[in-house]
Design a protein around this ligand. Structure first.
Ligand code: GLV
Ligand code: MG
Length: 344
């Protein structure tokens, strides 16, 4: 994974540029809280060390009358809380076409810029949105004397954003990652769903009918039905764009808090496709993300066996009747590297 250092260094004129490393330890969950909700805000210090990321949300789900309270609430939480080594503080600001975002950025960067690790920008349409935020952050950081550059995370939640995903991923050295935003994306694409992420019982494939001796299909007979992943295409595009530019891909929200089984399935699909984490909307989803986005003990044990069987990392060996070669060795290294980073 690249480090922000590689990109910021060439921009330095005279004095060395400030450096903010992209953390070596990937964040498995981004836990959302509403900083205008005092009860919720009071619980944040106890969640330091529990969630990899705590994100003060200023955008959707915070009503217009509470936007300012949420912004100021986040300033207070940031000032009063020591986030330690293993928990980052992020925020999701309002969208770039809203009347609040300029105040969000100005207040947060000048007041608590040194404590903010990442700013999540919603409804990103193209690289021009990231360029705008990038320039504004540079000005505000200089004004506020912020010692390290704040990183940027885009939400992929418009059809145009998906069409531009590669350009968004590479739009700035500040880019830390991209999240899929399935709820807004569904609306923008005019999908006929009414949920916040996850699957849909109507999005199915059905097994072919069985046929009688004369070859006639039995359309009335029992046929297995499989629900499909509505988000497969977009996640795959996002993962490719992020891998191309060395940034982190995330699955976004899963709104049915009670359906922990489907949440785990959705998170796991994203993990297997290459995502490093997902959003958490309730503490129960922190535990699901921790389990899903950490490689299993079985996968780590298998990866170690392959590594031992191929000390040079190349050639071909047979293990349990299966061929392992340079490419499967590399996949095993992905698992081992992730396990190592998470245990650091
Ligand atoms: C998240 O913001 C979403 O729209 O899914
Ligand atoms: Mg959204």
């Amino acid at each position: 994974m690249r480090s922000a250092k590689d990109f910021f260094a060439p921009l330095a004129v005279g004095a060395p540029a400030p450096v903010r490393e992209v953390p070596a330890r990937p964040s498995r969950m981004i836990h959302f809280f509403d900083p205008s909700n005092e009860k919720m805000a009071a619980k944040i210090p106890a969640m330091v060390g529990v969630s990899d990321v705590l994100l003060g949300n200023l955008e959707d789900a915070v009503v217009a009358e509470k936007k300012e309270a949420a912004r100021l609430g986040l300033v207070k939480i940031a000032r009063d809380t020591d986030f330690g080594e293993h928990t980052q503080l992020w925020t999701r600001v309002n969208s770039l076409d809203s009347p609040w975002v300029l105040d969000d950025l100005t207040t947060l960067v000048t007041e608590i810029g040194d404590k903010l690790d990442v700013i999540m920008v919603p409804k990103v349409q193209g690289p021009e949105d990231i360029h705008y935020v990038d320039r504004l952050l540079a000005q505000l950081e200089a004004k506020g004397g912020v010692q390290r550059p704040i990183l940027v995370h885009a939400i992929l939640e418009t059809a145009r954003g998906v069409a531009n995903v590669e350009a968004i991923a590479g739009a700035s050295p500040r880019m830390q990652g991209i999240s899929l935003g399935p709820a807004d994306l569904a609306a923008d694409r005019r999908m006929k769903t009414t949920r916040v992420g996850g699957g849909h019982p109507g999005y199915l494939v059905r097994q072919d009918p069985t046929r009688g001796d004369d070859g006639t299909p039995d359309y009335q007979g029992q046929r297995a039905v499989f629900q499909q992943d509505l988000w497969h295409y977009t996640i795959a595009r996002m993962v490719d764009a992020c891998a191309t530019h060395g940034i982190f891909p995330f699955y976004g929200p899963f709104g049915d808090i009670k359906d922990v089984v489907a949440c785990e399935d959705q998170f796991r699909n994203a993990f297997l496709l290459g995502c490093v984490g997902a959003w958490s909307l309730h503490p129960v989803q922190i535990d699901i993300a921790k389990k899903v986005f950490s490689p299993s003990a079985e996968d780590v044990a298998h990866a170690r066996r392959v590594k031992e069987a191929m000390p040079s990392g190349g050639g071909a060996v047979m293990l349990d009747g299966k061929m392992e070669d340079d490419a499967s060795y590399k996949q095993c290294m992905v698992i081992l590297e992730l396990a190592e980073r998470l245990s650091a």
